[in-house]
Design a protein. Structure first.
Length: 297
C-alpha cells in the first residue's frame, strides 16, 4: 500500500469527472494517462490492474490510479456495472509514501491530536473502503453537478473535489491513529454507535438503546451528547436524513419510497423533518444537483 501526500493550502485541480454505467459486460481498456484517477465503486465490481497490482472495486471501494502507469481491466465486469471516476492533478510534485513512511507520519501526528486543524496535508491511500459512504456519495453528487454545470467561478469544482479528498484522507487517518480524545477511543461507545447506525432505519427509541446495552436512559443520553454532540434520537435522525439525501441524489425513487427506506412511515413528517434539517424540500434537494456527465465507454 502506498499513500499520496498532498498539500491542500490550494485546491486540487479537478480535470474531469463522471458516472460510468454499462448494461452489457464490460472490461476497462489498457492505457497510461498523465494525471491521477480516483474510482469509487457503486454497483457490481470493476476489475482493474495497475502494473502488477490487481484491484476489485465494489460498492464503497475507493482506488487511486497513478499517472504514467499502465492500467486496464483484467476481467469483465457484469452488466449493471456502475462507478464514479475523477481525473485530477496535484499542485506540486507528487509525494508518494510507503507504508513505513506513512507510519512515521502518523506517529508525528499523534502529538498534534489536541490541536485540530493543524495538519496542512492530506494522505490518500491507493485503496480504502468507505464506511461513511452516505456522506461521501452526497459530496460526489455535488461535485458531478458543479463540474458539469459550467460554473463561472474558476475553482468551484476544485474546492468541492478537494473536500472529497479530505474526507477520504480523514477516513484513512482515523483508522491509523488511535486518538484518546476521539469517540473512536471509546470501544464501548463505538459498539453502541455502530449498532445504532445499522438499526437506525428501524423504529428505535432511547428506551430500546438503553435496554440493548443495559444502561439507563439518562446515562445513554449523556454518552451520546458527550461523544457526538447530539441526543440519541437526534443522532438517529441524522443517519436517516443522510440516507435519504443519498437516495434522493442517486436514485429515481419517489419521495414516499425514500421516506420508507430511510425509516419513516409518515411521508409528511419526513418531508417536514427533511426541510428543517436540510433547509430545502426533498424535491428541491433532488433538483439542486442533477447535472452529471454519464458515460459507458
Amino acid at each position: 500500500m502506498t499513500y499520496l501526500k498532498v498539500n491542500v493550502d490550494a485546491p486540487v485541480q479537478l480535470i474531469s469527472a463522471g458516472e460510468f454505467i454499462s448494461e452489457v459486460p464490460w472490461k476497462h481498456m489498457n492505457r497510461s494517462i498523465e494525471n491521477f484517477e480516483l474510482i469509487l465503486g457503486v454497483h457490481e465490481k470493476v476489475y482493474i490492474r495497475e502494473e502488477q497490482a490487481h484491484f476489485e472495486i465494489g460498492k464503497g471501494d475507493i482506488v487511486l490510479l497513478y499517472p504514467g502507469r499502465t492500467h486496464g481491466g483484467y476481467r469483465e465486469s457484469l452488466p449493471g456495472i456502475k462507478f464514479y471516476w475523477f481525473h485530477f492533478d496535484v499542485p506540486a510534485t507528487p509525494n508518494v509514501l510507503s507504508n513505513e513512511e506513512m507510519k512515521q507520519e502518523t506517529h508525528t501526528m499523534e502529538g498534534l491530536l489536541q490541536r485540530h486543524g493543524v495538519v496542512r496535508d492530506i494522505y490518500l491511500p491507493q485503496y480504502v473502503q468507505a464506511d461513511n459512504g452516505d456522506r461521501i456519495h452526497i459530496i460526489v453528487s455535488q461535485i458531478l453537478h458543479v463540474a458539469n454545470s459550467h460554473y463561472l467561478t474558476h475553482h468551484s469544482a476544485n474546492y468541492l473535489f478537494t473536500s472529497l479528498l479530505i474526507e477520504i484522507s480523514e477516513l484513512a487517518l482515523g483508522r491509523m491513529i488511535n486518538s484518546p480524545v476521539s469517540p473512536q477511543g471509546n470501544v464501548s461507545f463505538n459498539k453502541i454507535i455502530e449498532w445504532t447506525r445499522i438499526h437506525a432505519e428501524e423504529p428505535l427509541t432511547v428506551t430500546d438503546l438503553a435496554r440493548k446495552f443495559n444502561y439507563n436512559k439518562d446515562y445513554i443520553s449523556r454518552l451520546f451528547k458527550q461523544n457526538t454532540g447530539m441526543r440519541p434520537l437526534e443522532f438517529i435522525h441524522s443517519i436517516r436524513i443522510n440516507k435519504a439525501k443519498e437516495l434522493i441524489s442517486r436514485t429515481d425513487m419517489s419521495i414516499r419510497q425514500v421516506a420508507e427506506e430511510a425509516g419513516y412511515t409518515d411521508e409528511k413528517y419526513f418531508m417536514r423533518l427533511f426541510k428543517k434539517r436540510v433547509h430545502m424540500t426533498p424535491s428541491q434537494y433532488r433538483n439542486a444537483y442533477h447535472q452529471t456527465f454519464m458515460n459507458n465507454v
